[in-house]
Design a protein around this ligand. Sequence first.
Ligand code: NAD
Ligand code: UDP
Length: 337
Amino acid sequence: MKVLVTGGTGYIGSHTCVSLLNSGSDVVIADNLSNSRLEVLNRIEKITGKKPVFYKTDLRDKTELYKIFEKENIDSVIHFAALKTIPDSIAHPLEYYENNVAGTMNICHAMKEYNVKKIVLSSSAAVYGLTDNNPIKETAPLFPYNPYGRTKMIQEYIVSDFAKSEKAGAVILRYFNPIGAHESGLIGEDPMGTPSNLMPYISQVASGRLEKLFVFGNDYNTPDGTGVRDYIHVCDLAEGHIKALEKLDIIKDKVLTVNLGSGHGYSVLEIIKSFEKASGIKINYEIAPRREGDVGTCFADITLAQKEIGWKAKRNIEKMCLDEWTWQKLNPKGYEY
Ligand code: NAD
Ligand code: UDP
């Protein structure tokens, strides 16, 4: 089976390429390297013994994208490529709509043109927006509250409408909070600039790259007052994509939407504690005001993922922190070693 992985040199994409190669699939990556580095390909090869075919392509360039479909005999697509930083999406909404929406349109056009009938789409818990109705089920109303979340919701509509009209199969995966890294420490999350997510921020404080963590609010209605989220090991997430591809062979021309989370919520202070235990390093932090647009608690109902794709997260919070720290320790400047 040959899988086109858009955004395959990115954080989640690279871990999924490792799972795909280890499960015997051929992998073709299309990525414009706007938020990733070529070095990732060497690291994937080090882990798996195989190097994916790589095209430096922007998905907004339909002609270049069609050339990949023309040359490679693609069986299915996993579509990761997107811009993903919430504050950035508020500052540059048009860029986000253009990149995420036009990229998805072009992927669907190419699939139609080249008769490819299977797609897995990266979506996000961001589509649920400001709900406090936890655990969140896939049937919850969609109210994304920032441009990023809205592009994810639009991607979902495009892919499912396309699949229905073309008799293609689609699995839409709504990720909660992916953290951690491959246990080898060879690949991991390498944010460009100061991270906006909690885990890369903590690990850069631990390595001395950042001075201290600001904990956004300790007056939420949660056991210790800090925000609670559903963290999931990126390798568990990657394995979820293999299960989703397998499911596509069964559902054929249906559309299935599932949450990928661990189903557990951890507070910011609990994450700091787990990270300190895993790394043996004290994390310098300070309580700061709430971050605009944050909810107190957000975690997934994972019943459907178990039932429909036979997938459940295996790695616990200690393992997530340990693997995150191994990656950070071995690559204090990310892939620019
Ligand atoms: P990432 O930025 O590490 O990876 C995305 C990759 O896509 C990058 O390598 C980037 O260069 C590439 N890309 C972006 N726009 C492109 C374009 N127009 N053409 C070609 N390549 C392009 O992000 P990630 O964390 O791996 O996220 C992957 C997917 O998962 C995204 O769709 C994101 O919205 C979704 N997601 C991520 C999270 C998270 O917390 N990381 C949570 C929920 C959903
Ligand atoms: N958070 C924090 N300090 C940071 C980054 C995040 O206290 O520097 C908190 C944030 O308020 C939330 C949790 O950590 O409660 C997870 O935030 P992240 O941005 O990683 O994910 P999201 O809010 O998108 O779920």
